[in-house]
Design a protein around this ligand. Structure first.
Ligand code: ADE
Length: 243
């Protein structure tokens, strides 16, 4: 997967995605993250990329030409046109399903906005998807794109060293993950549940499923409505939750 990120702050992206699992995934060439500095495509000698909004009002608007030229610098080398995702609070809210869908693409282009917004004409011309990471306003799209690249990359084969963990964690089946414990077996008088020390894998799996169901019921009941539940799962919820 290649991520092309058009931004005014490439260092922010490089630093944010350069370490830990995503940094290692780049070293191993499992993913490639290319930043395109929109300012490199500024039209005037002062390298200015924004201007006052027509019609007046507060703030500055990012001009269309540098963004279009930055976009052309990516796509002119390609035979097919990748999806172009504009990070904006006006977009569709990002979720695990969207991360899974996007992880199947070979190449993606992201556009990070700043200031009061981007000239609408260039959005109309190049953007295929508008995505928000939640109902709050950030100062720019950079943190949002980092969230998306992280969530998408961990779904790409071999990015997580433990192959199972990408699929067994919260949300893939609309259930939250069961509680996890490690040594010591007793911490400040609190014991790890006996069943986890029993070595009985079938019982452990059953306990974990029950814990997932109970947790989802208590913390995110909205997710349970979308989860595929067996008759046994429904009985578990009746037994432990609907008191
Ligand atoms: N840019 C500013 N706020 C944003 C948000 N919530 N999601 C994505 N991009 C943004």
């Amino acid at each position: 997967m290649k991520f092309n990120i058009m931004t005014l702050f490439p260092d922010m992206i490089k630093q944010g995605l350069g370490s830990s699992i995503i940094g290692k995934a780049q070293e191993k060439n499992l993913i490639e993250i290319d930043t395109i500095n929109i300012r490199d495509y500024a039209y005037n000698k002062h390298k200015q990329v924004d201007d006052y909004p027509y019609g007046g009002g507060a703030g500055m608007v990012m001009q269309p030409e540098p963004i279009y030229e930055a976009y052309k610098s990516v796509t002119s080398k390609l035979s097919n046109k990748p999806r172009v995702i504009y990070l904006t609070p006006q977009g569709k809210t990002f979720n695990q399903e969207m991360a899974m869908e996007l992880s199947k693409e070979e190449e993606l282009i992201f556009l990070c906005g700043h200031y009061e917004g981007i000239d609408e004409r260039v959005i109309d011309m190049i953007v295929t998807d508008e995505v928000s990471i939640g109902d709050y306003i950030l100062t720019g799209g950079e943190l949002a794109v980092m969230v998306m690249v992280d969530a998408i990359s961990r779904l790409i084969p071999n990015v997580l060293s433990n192959g199972v963990s990408a699929t067994t964690e919260s949300f893939d089946d609309n259930l939250l993950e069961y509680p996890q414990y490690t040594r010591p077996a007793v911490f400040m008088d609190k014991k790890v549940p006996d069943i986890l020390l029993s070595g009985h894998h079938k019982n452990i799996d059953q306990w974990r499923r029950e814990q997932s169901l109970i947790r989802t019921y208590n913390k995110r009941p909205d997710l349970l409505e979308k989860a595929e539940l067996s008759e046994k799962d429904k009985k578990t919820i009746d037994k432990y939750c609907k008191l």
